[in-house]
Design a protein around this ligand. Sequence first.
Ligand code: SAJ
Length: 422
Amino acid sequence: MSFEKISVVGLGYIGLPTAAMFASHKKYVVGVDVNQHAVDTINQGEIHIIEPELDHIVSAAVAEGYLKATLKPEPADAFLIAVPTPFLPRKKDEIPTPDLSFIEAASKAIAPVLKKGDLIILESTSPVGATEQVADWLAVARNDLTFPQTHGNKADVNIAHCPERVLPGHVVRELVENDRVIGGMSSRCSERSVELYRTFVKGECVVTNARTAEMAKLTENSSRDVQIAFANELSIICDKLDINVWELIALANRHPRVNILQPGPGVGGHCIAVDPWFIVSNTPEQSKLIHVARDVNDSKPSWVVEKVKLAIADYLQANPDKRVCEVTVACYGLSFKPDIDDLRESPAMQIVKKIVSLHSGNVIAVEPNIHELPSSLEQAQLESFEIAKKTADIHVLLVDHKEFKERKISSDFIIDTKGIWR
Ligand code: SAJ
């Protein structure tokens, strides 16, 4: 049975591009979202998220009638769930636990429209066991249908986990080119899922089971987090020993089997700093290294703030005629990684907020990718690179944007967390 109509539940950074890719390959796609604004925007052929190239694909798909958005699910042949998995509220120092309530709500919302032959794919980044949990919720809601946890290849409804692995900013290309890990709850579930993704995926579709597919996604991001933690720890050790960490890493990386990542002000974004907790909360006793790596990366912004405090003290010692309220600190970069405008979950933002709250003098922020500062930074001033370079006493480089790599600042009071002005 082919897939004539596909439903994508959750029209965010992953769901909307995925829906658009199916629609641009002439599949009828119904996108479902609880956000009325998102639904209205998409139905007007526009997008509510920032992602290069996506606007043209969505506008063409809507105009040609292949893509529409609704608040309520309707019958389809395949359902892809791409809703967020945030953390449950927690006390400070508690291990964050994933909140599956959005996945549960999506599963319960599609249950009434399911029919024999349908395929359900969980794309949301999930703790191990979440796909089996979806199958259990559906089995309770629809006892007139059979599911793979009890009927294997003979089930009426097939279920798989297929994690998204695309890099924000390159989503349209990576959706097509990346390999996909397909974790069916039975071999039939995997076969049906491969058939579906083949609509637009040019990468390899590699088949495994649902639990391994869940763990594969968490492993990819945890591996990167652990490796960045190693680089961040090296940067703190080298600071203590008066060694240039950037030179050190470049030297060590000349070894044919060494490939150390780059240190920075901390790890930001919505994935690498989040997903390792899904492993740690599931198996706290066994996940010692992953846990410590998270702590190392999470503590790096505070270390940078301490370096700024020391630089201010050094500056005052070198300039005894100045008072602390006369010292201007410029911070270069606010986003969570270079050349994007996304300030959410950004270690740079965390650092600048802290400096603003501690420092009685001026704080300048330079961020070429935005036009105004968020309200949480209203006490800082958004200025150009040239003004900051001319007026600031202390320079704190937080993001290696291309605009900062092209120019240089020379001063005795530089904290360069990305090693580009060394
Ligand atoms: N970072 C460093 N040092 C490095 C590399 C990165 O400090 O050497 C920092 C960045 O500055 C940033 C954070 O890590 O703050 C994460 O940036 P990133 O570009 O490494 O990754 P994300 O979070 O934008 O996207 C990741 C990707 N995962 C991997 O590369 C394993 C992407 O492929 C996933 O699809 C995405 O997470 C996701 O959705 O899970």
